[in-house]
Design a protein around this ligand. Structure first.
Ligand SMILES: Cc1cc2nc3c(=O)[nH]c(=O)nc-3n(C[C@H](O)[C@H](O)[C@H](O)COP(=O)(O)OP(=O)(O)OC[C@H]3O[C@@H](n4cnc5c(N)ncnc54)[C@H](O)[C@@H]3O)c2cc1C
Length: 461
């Protein structure tokens, strides 16, 4: 069988599915190819399964440790049935993957085939043994788990995020290497379910772009809810030791630490999945980290081939993967591609409490030499937070010093991943803080916190 298509989309994850659907909606014939189980990272091993596990873990932790705050108690013991939680998660993601497959199969113009694709030329390749010729292509092959070589770290100790999502037994102690979203979320998952978790990161300032005070308060709250967190670790060393458990020693906060562990969760980042694509045959260039380099049209160095999603290394989050997927699919089949606008990209970490951010932080604005003013408020000043006993949280807004346009928001607190959209929406429409201040908010709500801060920043009250 020999195939010739208007658009070939390689990878049926989120970016690939959006690319395929946007090109098909413009009347083009699209071949979407997928080498693995259908669904992509978000549904199968990323956003959805991790949140499906975090929710019961957070409820369990609240019932065990925070019911007293609400004047409640449990008569008997609260138990977490981990195999049941994992079974529920698996049933949910099976259904989500199936729904996504049905949507693709029902879309006129898209043919979905299973197999690993590899380029043989600038507009040709092989799907398994089948030659495929395309007018245009979108590479949306995502990322893969990466296990870095760390001296002394033995294979039998290692857990990846994929492993944690399937685990039916919680290790009694876990070392988490890496303080990004995956390390914090899965570290807190294990901690809520009873593992003694130590999280270590070589960065001194957590994420250098974040507000130091907010970061300190956020990590402090996670620590108060069970995570042992060490930043800026140095002189780290694994040792099998003579005792029952191996240990990890390091220097941080002016002290030497020695942490025994059962397992080590590696949350030090993923790698672009370009293995087997044979990019040189297609004349597609990569960055020094192996990501596919794209221009403002999401075009690669081969102008017949576009790329979107985690494989580009721009920002590995779902909302950008789908936005860029849609734009890459459209640009690939338009007679003249359009410049892809830079959207406001809200991002979140689904710990309890959550962290979220959109737009510029103060230090990002300073690096770009943008003059800014900032405002800060704590959830402990908010009525709803007080009556709900959820006062741990804080918020910072960054505005342009002259135009007063809202440039960024960063917060942690209850429901931060939902709350952030209030300000992200205002930012999408280039609203000023003064315009935001005019919006009435329901009382008492958590989102009211933005209104109070806007009141402060406009000195309206
Ligand atoms: C534990 C975890 C939790 C996460 N949680 C969140 C979250 O809460 N929110 C959020 O925004 N983001 C989250 N992410 C990130 C998010 O999942 C990704 O940014 C997003 O799914 C990337 O989509 P993609 O389409 O680029 O890649 P993928 O979904 O990985 O799709 C790529 C597809 O290409 C296929 N493929 C690869 N090579 C070939 C080939 N040669 N031929 C054919 N097919 C091929 C792969 O099998 C795969 O299905 C999380 C990630 C992880 C690991």
């Amino acid at each position: 069988m020999h195939k010739k298509v208007d658009l070939l989309v390689i990878g049926a994850g989120s970016a690939g599915r959006y690319a395929a659907r946007s090109a098909a909606s413009l009347g083009k014939s699209v071949l979407l190819v997928e080498k693995g189980p259908f669904g992509g990272l978000c549904i199968l091993k990323g956003c959805m399964p991790s949140k499906a596990l975090l929710r019961p873990a957070h409820v369990f932790h609240l019932m065990k440790h925070r019911l007293k705050d609400l004047g409640l108690s449990v008569d008997g013991s609260v138990k977490a049935d981990i195999p049941a939680i994992v079974r529920m998660k698996n049933a949910m993601i099976r259904e989500m993957a199936e729904d996504a497959r049905k949507t693709i199969e029902a879309t006129p113009g898209i043919t979905l085939l299973t197999g690993s694709f590899s380029f043989t030329g600038p507009q040709a390749g092989l799907l398994g043994d089948t030659p495929v010729h395309f007018d245009k292509a979108v590479i949306a092959t995502g990322s893969r788990v990466h296990v870095p070589a760390i001296p002394g770290l033995e294979e039998e100790w290692i857990l990846t995020s994929d492993d944690v999502l399937e685990m039916e037994e919680i290790p009694s102690s876990t070392l988490v290497l890496g303080g990004g979203p995956v390390g914090l979320e899965l570290g807190q998952y294990l901690s809520c379910l009873g593992s003694d978790v130590t999280l270590a990161d070589t960065n001194q300032n957590w994420h250098p772009q974040t507000d130091p005070q907010l970061a300190r308060e956020y990590l402090g709250t996670l620590a108060s809810r069970g995570l042992n967190i060490h930043l800026g670790i140095r002189a780290e060393k694994f040792d099998r030791g003579a005792g029952e458990k191996p240990f990890f020693s390091f220097h941080a906060d002016g002290k030497n630490h020695k942490v025994p562990f059962d397992r080590v969760l590696l949350a030090t980042g993923r790698r672009p999945d370009t293995s087997g694509l044979n990019l040189p045959a297609a004349q597609v260039q990569t960055t020094r980290h192996g990501h596919i380099q794209v221009d403002a049209f999401l075009r690669t160095s081969n102008h017949s081939i576009f790329a979107a999603g985690d494989v580009t290394g721009i920002l590995p989050v779902l909302n950008l993967a789908t936005f860029h997927g849609e734009m890459a699919g459209r640009n690939a089949v338009l007679p003249v591609p359009v410049t892809v606008r830079e959207p406001v990209v809200p991002v979140a970490i689904f710990t309890d409490p959550e962290y979220a951010r959109a737009g510029l932080t103060e230090s990002m604005a300073q690096a770009r030499r943008i003059p800014v003013k900032t405002g800060r408020i704590s959830f402990s000043d908010l009525g709803k937070a007080i009556v709900y006993r959820e006062t741990e949280g804080g918020l910072k807004i960054v505005i342009h010093a002259k135009s007063r346009e809202i440039l960024g928001v960063e917060l942690f607190g209850p429901g931060a991943s939902d709350l952030v959209h209030t300000v992200a929406t205002a930012m999408h429409f280039h609203a000023t803080i003064d315009q935001y201040q005019e919006i009435l908010h329901i009382h008492p709500t958590f989102s009211e916190i933005f209104k109070y801060l806007a009141d402060d920043m406009t000195e309206a009250i």
